[in-house]
Write a protein that binds this ligand. Structure first.
Ligand SMILES: Cc1cc2nc3c(=O)[nH]c(=O)nc-3n(C[C@H](O)[C@H](O)[C@H](O)COP(=O)(O)O)c2cc1C
Length: 146
């Protein structure tokens, strides 16, 4: 069974709504989806796809994710060739998901399969539909992998 991790941070619930809707889209008979706001670096190896939800605060990603990437790097945890994706709510700039994708690609050699999925403040219905489709595409891309 393939495993997808949806890891998110959200202070006012906007990115959380996106996370839960992406999870709905990703649900499938032979894919296990876990949604959480915390994971230890050593547990990342157990997932085939890692999707991170990061709102932009102060033009940056949440410090929890910096710490997670730092821990994974220090411990030499290999995420090579795992699928990576990022999303998040923002207000006027939208750096966080882009920064995360750069780290996934350049430091951890993950396969970034989607552009960052962004919602300005609270996701509306069409954005939630895009979240569902985003989750579904990632889930289906996993099924086609050996
Ligand atoms: C103190 C503070 C700083 C913020 N800084 C930024 C920022 O630098 N860039 C941006 O696009 N949005 C910024 N925002 C807006 C948040 O990204 C936006 O409210 C988002 O919807 C929060 O997502 P969440 O509900 O998942 O926490 C900031 C909001 C607050 C309260």
């Amino acid at each position: 069974m393939k495993k997808i991790l949806i890891l998110y941070y959200s202070r006012t619930g906007n990115t959380e709504k996106m996370a839960n809707t992406i999870a709905q889209g990703a649900q499938s008979s032979n894919v296990e989806v876990q949604v959480t706001y915390h994971v230890d670096a050593e547990n990342l190896v157990g997932y085939d796809a890692i999707i991170i939800g990061a709102p932009t605060y102060h033009h940056d990603m949440p410090v929890d994710f910096k710490n997670l990437f730092e821990d994974a790097a220090v411990q030499g945890i290999s995420l090579k060739n795992k699928i990576g994706a990022a999303f998040g709510s923002y207000g006027w700039s939208d750096e966080a998901p882009k920064l995360i994708l750069e780290i996934m690609k350049n430091k951890f050699e993950m396969q970034v399969v989607e552009a960052p999925l962004l919602a300005k403040y609270e996701p509306d219905q069409s954005l939630l539909n895009a979240c569902r489709a985003f989750g579904k595409r990632i889930s289906e891309s996993l099924k086609n992998r050996t």
